[in-house]
Write a protein that binds this ligand. Structure first.
Ligand SMILES: *Cc1c(COP(=O)(O)O)cnc(C)c1O
Length: 362
């Protein structure tokens, strides 16, 4: 923002979300000549040694940052989180099998709908009730369920599980909007998945980490692209992978490790950003956050003003002031600020200052 001639605004969009400026600069610098090869990374054959090495390096970084050992297979797939809503029950539940889901809003409902469409016997282990103000305190999980599915951060509702629940059956977690934003015991998760476009990079690539013993459950006869095993056997290079998206993810992971200082440092920074914004919301007599403090998401802060007209005015005037992407999801309205990993503290500072000015004038 301080560089002459460079026009940048603060991006609070919920997804795709902001990318770190140093990463964008690096992409620009490497675009025409990727690491001395005389071509861009987009032009590389996916079977060439540099492409194979890039994919392997990205998987290795993910494994390191997630704290995963050999017990998990890590995959880079396409189709977004929405395809995982389908692949998870297809691969991990027997035909017509029992699967338990926690219903905490928009995205978990989509996952539930897909499991039902595939003929699974779906039970709701718990839900957050009307208004999505607080995540459930207790869950009822069937001991013979194939897995328990939940969404760790509810992007639309602005709720996040402080600690992931324990269950006697494998946990399947949609981490699309909070992967690597905080420390999580990923090794204890049966299957986690996250598309890249909220905290990891651009749309087009999806991370899946699957406990290796769960691969044995996969029924034979699935279409190859929808079966985790061919992707695992081919090092996430079964068909042509989205190499540019993977490259950007590798740059974001490198930034996270070397410039931010790892996931614990990222978590501390994310906590400061969240405290700053929620603190301002709680002090305000114009803005308010409807979510219970224990369930508030550091990634997506949902808030309201007294009327839809005032909310619209706030969103419009904020955008004019260079604070963009503050509208709530179309299904719920209101306002939402998404504070994913790449959003710097300065952006939140500026947002809070703008909110104070708006409140004085309103
Ligand atoms: C955005 C989002 C999705 C949808 O992801 P696609 O990649 O567009 O399919 C799924 N789950 C969560 C938690 C999300 O935030």
């Amino acid at each position: 923002m301080s560089e002459p001639g460079l026009h940048r605004i603060w991006n609070f969009y919920p997804g795709p979300g902001a990318l770190p400026l140093p990463v964008l600069r690096r992409i620009k610098a490497e675009l025409l000549d990727y690491r001395g090869l005389g071509m861009s990374v987009m032009e590389l054959s996916h079977r060439s040694a540099p492409a194979v090495a890039l994919i392997a390096d990205t998987l290795e970084r993910l494994r390191r940052l997630l704290g995963l050992g050999d017990g998990h297979e890590v995959l880079l797939l396409q189709g977004g989180a929405s395809l995982q809503f389908v692949m998870v029950p297809m691969n991990l539940a027997p035909a017509g099998g029992k699967v338990d889901y926690v219903d905490t809003g928009y995205w978990s409902a989509k996952a539930i709908a897909e499991a039902r469409r595939l003929g699974c016997d779906v039970a709701i282990a718990g839900s957050d009730g009307p208004g999505h103000r607080r995540l459930p305190d207790t869950l009822t999980v069937r001991p013979d369920a194939a897995y328990l599915h939940l969404c760790s951060n509810n992007t639309v509702e602005g709720t996040q599980w402080r600690d992931l629940p324990q269950a006697a059956v494998p946990l399947v977690v949609d981490m699309s909007s909070d992967i690597l934003s905080r420390r999580v015991d990923a090794a204890a998760i049966g299957c986690l998945y996250a598309h890249a476009q909220k905290t990891l990079g651009p749309a087009g690539v999806t991370v899946v980490a699957l406990r290796r013993d769960l691969l044995a459950r996969i029924p034979d006869g699935l279409p190859a692209m929808l079966d985790y095993r061919p992707h695992a056997e081919h090092g996430s290079n079964y068909n042509t992978p989205p190499i540019f998206a993977i490259y950007v993810v590798s740059c974001v992971l490198d930034w996270l490790e070397t410039e931010v200082g790892g996931v614990a440092a990222m978590e501390a920074l994310n906590r400061r950003k969240a405290e700053l914004l929620y603190g301002a919301l709680d002090k305000s007599s114009l803005f308010h956050c409807p979510v219970d403090p224990d369930s508030r998401s550091p990634m997506n802060a949902v808030f309201r003003l007294p009327s839809p007209e005032l909310e619209q005015r706030f969103i419009t005037e904020a955008a004019e002031a260079g604070l963009v992407g503050l509208a709530g999801h179309r299904s719920v309205g209101g306002c939402r600020a998404s504070l994913y990993n790449p959003v710097p503290l300065q952006a939140v500072d500026d947002l809070v200052a703008f909110m104070r000015r708006f409140e004085r004038r309103a």
